[in-house]
Design a protein around this ligand. Sequence first.
Ligand code: PLP
Length: 412
Amino acid sequence: MTSSAPVFVASARGRDALASPIRRLTPYADAAKARGILVHHLNIGQPDIATPRVVIDAYRNYDDKVLAYGPSEGLPAYRQALAAYYNSLGAAEGGPALTAKDILITVGGSEALSFAIGATCDIGDEVLVAEPYYPNYKGYSHILGVHTRAITTHAEDGFRLHPEQVAAAIGPRTRLVLISSPGNPTGAVMSAEDLRAIAQICHSRGVFLLADEVYRDFVYDGSATTAPSLLAQPGFAENALIVDSVSKRYSACGARIGCLVTRNADVYAAALKFAQTRLSAPVVDQLAAMAALQTPAEELRSAIADYKRRRDVLCAGLNQIPGVRAQVPAGAFYLVVELPVADADAFCIYLLKDFSYQGETVMLAPADGFYATPGLGLNQVRAAYVLEVPKLERAVQILSLALASYPGEKSC
Ligand SMILES: Cc1ncc(COP(=O)(O)O)c(C=O)c1O
């Protein structure tokens, strides 16, 4: 009698999960660094701007004897302080003010995304999202057994998501429309009219609207109307949700604090059960995040002005390279760049594996991983302008030389 040995393999869900297009090429970068090459990281949205002093001080000043669990929904004082912040952004205009009970503190905006998708969609349901999109939208949906359906937006059109596209794409299994404005990876900022029109369409079709606003403050030309003002409208109170985070606003990605904002008591109760399953968000980080609300407005303004300068330098430099096209984005700190190569993925590997200039190279994120539709984004990369201006200038110079020497297939 033959007995076959047991086989231990990961689940199909695990095997089918997406590798992050932002981090996928890290082994090549690590190998380049091991060879002594300096890698300029334009691939990842890790801001280099100093975290506000009030945040760092809050960590230093923690001295309770026991570092205990916090409430699953977050520290009451922090939730109250956040309610006041959203009310100051318009959430209370023409309607009841938001209160702590509308706010659930999460482990980064990431957990808020997964809670929001899980609390609104069942297995087999569908999330609609504009492509190119933040890949973790698909990552979390995949873990939860939810399909993502992409609506394609185009560089020539400033990556605008048209309300009519949303209306046409909503199908029988659509439960949620997920918008990211200012957007990652495009930097596109949705107009007040489009935001309202999309919210209206979602409402009339019985679909939730989730606004991912982790880049809310990063708007460079004029100001944007943001989702808190939607929550003030009686009609949208039931179907509009917001995901937020301290990561980008306060240059505090390692704090791992975000939140889910919703007036929908049913959705909140569902998300709270998910939160109870993971017990508590980190307590000291919540205290630091609460302190972050005291960041002097001037400090935030100066960070935004810095990003704007970086954006302008990077776009101007990129557009001077023959064959490169970079539309100036209105917000966030990313842009999608079209390169004169047939396979941007291969070019990004070339940059890390085969190319260096005076001991330096550049890491970019191939953009095909930001699209769901096969064949899109093949000649595009996402660049993040989270480095100081001289480093961005150097990165542009390196990129220009690498493109000139690239032996791979060029695009026409
Ligand atoms: C669009 C978008 N949403 C959500 C997140 C999640 O951020 P965090 O979990 O650090 O709050 C990110 C991070 O880069 C992002 O780009």
